[in-house]
Design a protein around this ligand. Structure first.
Ligand SMILES: [Zn+2]
Ligand SMILES: [Zn+2]
Length: 177
């Protein structure tokens, strides 16, 4: 099985996060791969997904999650940042979620419908997240769609099978849509 097939068959897809279902390394999804010379190495799957859909990761950058779900490999939820960005991101999310504030920094109420708890335990605003993701999508979406389309054309059979399974899961109500 090639790397792409291995990757795509081990992901639990949904409209939100795509969760890695196999091995984890400090909470992040990982895959064991082999160099041409036979030596094994481990790759983190959110990084693999970023490189596959979006492009090479600049030197010294790490791949961070908008969704704070380390298992997530949905390229829409990933962004390249420095280690410092990552820490600041976590701090600001924590600050936003802390204490007894009733509104997010943008003034949206923390109602039950508008709030979600991130994987680091912070409270976060759904309206802000969707605005943020929308912006990110309009900036990177075309590039990502083009890569995905390219992959799908090359793997027609696989995609057809996958969609069948996905629809079956939808029917079972597995994704609660
Ligand atoms: Zn996610
Ligand atoms: Zn907000």
């Amino acid at each position: 099985m090639n790397i792409e097939d291995r990757f795509f068959s081990r992901v639990e897809y949904s409209d939100d996060c795509w969760e890695w279902t196999e091995g984890l390394s400090s909470g992040y999804g990982c895959m064991h791969l082999r160099y041409v010379d036979g030596k094994q190495f481990t790759t983190l799957t959110h990084r693999w997904s970023y490189e596959y859909f979006i492009g090479p990761i600049p030197d010294g950058y790490c791949i961070c999650h908008h969704c704070d779900n380390p298992k997530c490999v949905n390229p829409f939820h990933l962004f390249a940042g420095t280690h410092r960005d990552n820490m600041q991101d976590m701090v600001s999310k924590k600050r936003c979620g802390g204490s007894k504030k009733t509104h997010c920094p943008q003034g949206h109420a923390y109602t039950k419908e508008n709030t979600f708890i991130t994987k680091i335990g912070a409270r976060s605003c759904k309206t802000c997240r969707s605005v943020y993701l929308k912006k990110w999508r309009s900036k990177n979406g075309d590039k990502m769609k083009a890569s995905a389309k390219n992959w799908q054309t090359k793997n027609r059979e696989y995609v057809r099978e996958y969609r069948k399974k996905y629809r079956a899961k939808l029917k079972e109500g597995k994704y609660g849509l």
